[in-house]
Ligand binder design. Structure first.
Ligand code: GLN
Length: 195
């Protein structure tokens, strides 16, 4: 059975857990490095990226997540999670984990009041457009080699990318009833160790 953990130190981790449970996945909350053992995938949820990074560093999770990813664990960052796993940010803080070769702008769409929903076609997801919920959302401003855009807005700004077994979305699939992005992540998590 696939085992997926959700980083549960800040943000909307509970919503991810509910979706995963509805899909019959063995799910756990991750707060400490040892809780990463044996996971096929980890989700870093939306929330507030400086807080997530600060607490993750306090618990020693930065290096632990990196070595789990090196060992083949799939990883998905949603919104603040996308910011946390980036190589570099347009802003000074926080210092991201540098797990995906991309530069991210934290509040690319503006402030809380500029939150919105939009139907987008996501590559790798069948069944028509996906309703994307953007809340003080980031966007990708630079992509490295091997990082593929799977959804974009405004004629080309990437808001969902994939790099091997790593997925990053600027929007919040855990806040809709549509489980297709979670299912896409599960196919990455089920893909076995990275060769
Ligand atoms: N822009 C926020 C940040 O910098 C993330 C917002 C979200 O996760 N909904 O942390």
């Amino acid at each position: 059975m696939t085992r997926v953990g959700v980083l549960a130190i800040q943000g909307d981790f509970h919503e991810h857990i509910l979706v995963l449970e509805s899909l019959g996945v063995e799910t756990s909350e991750v707060r400490l490095p040892k809780q990463l053992e044996g996971l096929d995938g980890l989700i870093i949820p939306g929330g507030e990226s400086t807080t997530i990074v600060m607490l993750a560093d306090l618990y020693g999770l930065r290096d632990a997540i990196r070595s789990a990813v090196d060992g083949g664990m799939a990883l998905w960052g949603t919104c603040a999670g996308m910011i946390v796993i980036a190589r570099e940010l347009a802003e000074d803080r926080p210092e991201p984990f540098n797990l995906v070769d991309m530069k991210v702008s934290r509040n690319w769409f503006g402030r809380q009041v500029d939150s919105f929903e939009q139907d987008l076609q996501i590559e790798g997801i069948e069944g028509g457009p996906y309703r994307c919920v953007f809340i003080r959302a980031p966007a990708v401003t630079e992509l490295g080699d091997g990082v593929e855009t799977i959804a974009s807005v405004n004629g080309g700004t990437p808001v969902a990318v994939r790099s091997g077994k790593i997925l990053a979305t600027a929007f919040h699939p855990e806040l809709t009833d549509d489980t297709r992005v979670h299912q896409l992540f599960l196919t990455l998590a089920e893909g076995g160790p990275k060769s």
